[in-house]
Design a protein around this ligand. Structure first.
Ligand code: HMG
Length: 381
């Protein structure tokens, strides 16, 4: 039985910062960001968006038109959680009017959370073939103003429906995983912003990639139509891509490079969205490469600090082109409003300063989208 991604959608806030403006404000050569990190822009979340509203806005399209009683599992993957106890998935369930018979919970392992959710959902569907799972990967990446990580922030969410006989891609069970306790990036409970041992985290990402990729190609064919990566920023994914190219058939390198470039296009404009980053790359490739075809095998490297590396493959299925709403995704990126540095810094402060028990948030987001309204009696609205 084929199990995998039946529907997929992406949502990002309506605001972005041009990284040339950030470079100027921080007295950095813009080429460091544009060429050195290979990033162009980053989406910025206003105070009326949080990980739940981002996920709900991504998910509303994927649940539209399906029999909601079929959704037996809801997994909310994030490292931008809004509560230490209660799962964000329960808000999703209410906002999207999903069935109350569903198992509903949150999952965490840094950026690996989205893949952990995907693998768990596939296992669930394999044992409950008549059911579907909704998974969301949703994050607001924050390192802080004037930090080395600032340029690698971003905000957005990807939602997927996982089912048997999927329209988009079947997930193979060929994962090669390596996990180990390391301190490359983390966010203790008392911190609003992540702490990164930046250069060490880069080394570890590449080291984990080499470990799982070599193990994978020792056991499986390396007949990839494309290679996709977790993209904290595009240059690091490109370094991993080059390592992979040394180990596979040289005749495929040119095609793989063209597809790699298409796969990072949206990530270069949105920034790091942690759990959702690799699935944004998948969307970026599918909506921009008309030459992909049914049966193509894509290799994916998922990485979450802390750390877990997982290399696995997926196979494109019958209706993968028709099942993604390319127009809406492209327009969403285009319609974002560019922020000045002053506006961005104000947004950043407002996002991180929501401490009050009673607060009403000024609304900045399109009225048709789900929005965070504030807190009443310690309850988020
Ligand atoms: P930095 O130390 O300011 O940058 O921070 P740098 O000095 O290392 O320079 C970056 C690159 O720009 C270098 O290229 C420079 O040579 C180049 P490289 O040598 O690496 O190829 N450069 C220039 N190029 C052209 N013109 C110039 C110029 N100047 C320099 N004028 C760092 C960079 C990524 C460390 C920082 O932004 C950071 O700490 N980011 C956050 C951590 C991160 O993203 N780590 C990635 C791996 S961990 C991961 O992926 C997990 C994560 O997503 C979290 C999770 O799992 O939840 C982060």
């Amino acid at each position: 039985m084929n199990v995998g991604i039946d529907r997929i959608n992406f949502y990002t806030p309506e605001f972005y910062l041009d990284l040339k403006d950030l470079a100027e404000a921080r007295s950095v050569d813009p080429n460091k960001y544009l060429l050195g990190l290979m990033q162009k822009q980053m989406s910025v979340a206003p105070a009326d968006q949080d990980s739940v509203t981002l996920a709900a806005n991504a998910a509303k399209r994927v649940v539209d038109g399906i029999d909601k009683d079929d959704v037996g599992l809801i997994i909310f993957a994030t490292e931008s959680s809004i509560d230490q106890s209660k799962s964000g998935s329960l808000y999703l369930q209410e906002l999207l009017k999903l069935s109350n018979s569903a198992r509903s919970f949150e999952i965490k392992e840094a950026c690996y959370g989205g893949t952990a959710a995907l693998m768990s959902a596939c296992d669930y569907v394999r044992t409950h073939p008549n059911k579907k799972a909704l998974i969301t990967a949703s994050d607001i990446a924050r390192y802080g103003l004037n930090t080395p990580g600032e340029v690698t922030q971003g905000a957005g969410a990807v939602a997927m429906i996982i089912s048997k006989d999927p329209n988009i891609a079947a997930i193979s069970q060929d994962n090669e995983v390596y996990s180990e306790q390391i301190m490359d990036f983390w966010r203790p409970n008392y911190q609003k912003n992540a702490i990164a041992n930046g250069h060490y985290s880069q080394e570890k990402y590449l080291e984990f990639f080499k470990t799982v990729f070599e193990e994978y190609i020792n056991k499986n064919k390396s007949d990839f139509a494309a290679l996709l990566f977790h993209v904290p920023y595009s240059k690091l994914a490109y370094k991993a891509f080059k390592i992979a190219c040394e180990k596979i058939d040289p005749s495929t390198r040119e095609m793989l490079k063209k597809r790699f470039d298409l796969s990072i296009d949206l990530n270069q404009k949105v920034g790091n969205i942690y759990t959702a980053s690799i699935y944004l790359s998948l969307i970026s490739l599918i909506i921009q490469d008309p030459s992909l075809k049914k049966g193509d095998k894509l290799g994916l490297f998922s990485y979450g600090s802390g750390a877990v590396g997982d290399f696995f493959s997926i196979e494109l299925t019958d209706r993968f082109k028709k099942s993604i709403d390319k127009k809406t995704i492209v327009e969403q990126i285009k319609r974002r409003k560019k922020l000045s540095i002053q506006e961005y810094e104000q947004f950043f402060k407002e996002q991180t300063e929501i401490e009050a028990k009673e607060i009403s948030i000024e609304q900045k987001t399109n009225l048709k989208d789900f929005r965070f309204l504030g807190i009443k009696k310690d309850q988020r609205q």
